[in-house]
Design a protein around this ligand. Sequence first.
Ligand SMILES: Cc1ncc(COP(=O)(O)O)c(C=O)c1O
Length: 397
Amino acid sequence: MAKPCDHDFAFLQQQSEFMYLDSAATCQVPTPVLEAYSHYYRHQHANVHRASHRLGRAATAALENARNVFAKYVGAEAENIALMSSTTAALNGLAEQLPIDWQPGDEVLLSYAEHHANILPWQRLAKRYKLHLQFISIDQHTGKLGDWRTLLNARTKVVSITAASNVTGAVFDIKTLLAAAKAQGAITVVDAAQAAAHVPINVNDLHCDALVFSMHKVYGVNGCAPLYLHPELWPRMQPFQVGGGIVQEVSPRSAQWVPTIQKFEAGSPNTAAAVAGATAIDWLTKQQPHQHLAQLRTQFVEQLSQRPWLTVLPAGDHTTPTVAFYSLGWQAFDIATWLDQHDIAVRAGHHCAQLLLQQWQLPAVVRVSFGAYNSAADISHFLSTLDAGWDIFSALE
Ligand SMILES: Cc1ncc(COP(=O)(O)O)c(C=O)c1O
């Protein structure tokens, strides 16, 4: 099981003792992506769209090229991709600006597996308009999306759902749900932050009106999150923020927005992050680490499951390379601290998904998430370190 791309990660080469198993939080950045970022600032940097000089044109071309790359990656047209700073920013903007005449009692359908970024903006809206938030449960035995049919009804105005759990790694079967939601007249939103690096995405197949992901979880850098908006939706929406670069005309008391997707991009964009993001997509498309990562996950879960003192969370049939587990005899934070003391980086806690842990009545869990730079040797080292810790901690009990 060869890992595809060792040489591309200077960070990991310099710290050969260090094992990074936190890629669901953010990926390490391949050298070609860092080079694209620095090349942009060294050779192309200017503010986009407004400049009439050649550097401005170069920066604009670089930004628009990135938009094209992101569009192709999700099967969309570039004119329907807005560049946001993060998935969080996009979900907040959507909650505030979807063109819905909210009435008390209207419903928003989410799942218990949502990241807080896809709960809190809807909670705020629900308080303001007296909306009802509904939650699809996640089956505790299978890890799959539970039954949503009884929760979808004529009052459901929005279905906003994650394509994959950031805790268990489950890739949810959301296509039928989204098709049914559209048939009901609801607006459908997909949080693809966890899925984008691992699962092919086609916005047309998914029946979604909006879909967003963060490039820092797809081997890019922070500050760029492509947001797809359906061509029949975004012309009916107001900008998330207002300011420079999005107006056709301004009078003392009103303004007219540009008739393009750029109306969602007020202010100076993070062109360097977009350029780096486009290079990350190219890199990922060439590397194709997906099979390697799927094998790593399978092997890891098989071996982890042999330890009777811990429980691996179920994740269904389709997964990202993320695994969560807990032990009733050894707290998650103590496990993560022990691993950190042995140069292994994992996450412990609720992973900004408190509702899932509450629904399953679980304590904090440890999350291990693989990236293209991890190998089978990492698994052996992880497990022997974990076992050594358990020998010590369980003897203290
Ligand atoms: C499923 C999911 N949604 C949203 C987010 C928020 O992404 P960002 O921090 O890039 O805004 C995350 C980050 O962990 C996530 O895993």
